[in-house]
Design a protein around this ligand. Structure first.
Ligand code: OFO
Length: 170
């Protein structure tokens, strides 16, 4: 059993993860438009990761006997000002998601829901990886000022990313 408060918070997070998925899919389209096929691939994989994050919450609500409540997904941005801007926005967004996960953890602690705490720990760790992956790409892009041969090489690297479902234990 989960309390109504935890159920509501988990459902909010399902929506936030789908919003993130949409956000990254929009970024993928933008990168394709500006001719960065590698970055378009990277964001498409990021989109798939967010769907996996959402489904993990979805499955957990059901497993704990809660009611899934799928709300509409709010509109996402579709224009950016180049590749550095798009990764800066990604970094900001992942920092916000980390704060949402921390908020959920705070609620689980207040509700004395130890099972939810254990479940949420996976997301706490996942966010460390999410933030550090983006930081590494942003550092490289800033080094080459988002241009020329350097950008060409970074884009080639971003093309290599493949989706591996992070919710399936290795
Ligand atoms: Fe689901 O972590 Fe990114 O947003």
């Amino acid at each position: 059993m989960i309390t109504k408060r935890i159920e509501d918070e988990l459902n909010k997070q399902v929506n936030a993860e789908y919003w993130s998925a949409y956000f990254y899919l929009s970024m993928s389209a933008y990168c394709a438009e500006i001719g960065l096929a590698g970055a378009a691939n990277w964001f498409r994989v990021q989109y798939q990761e967010e769907i996996a994050h959402a489904l993990k919450f979805f499955d957990y609500i059901i497993e704990r006997g809660g009611k899934v409540d799928l709300k509409p997904i709010a509109e996402v941005p579709k224009e950016w000002n180049g590749i550095i801007h798009i990764f800066e926005d990604t970094q900001k967004h992942e920092q916000i998601v980390t704060s949402l996960i921390y908020h959920l953890m705070d609620v689980a602690i207040e509700e004395r829901d130890h099972a939810a705490k254990s479940f949420l720990q996976w997301y706490v760790d996942e966010q460390v990886e999410e933030e550090s992956n983006v930081q590494a790409i942003l550092d490289q892009l800033r080094m080459v000022e988002g241009k020329g041969n350097g950008l060409f090489m970074i884009d080639k690297d971003l093309a290599l990313r493949v989706f591996v479902d992070p919710t399936i234990p290795k």
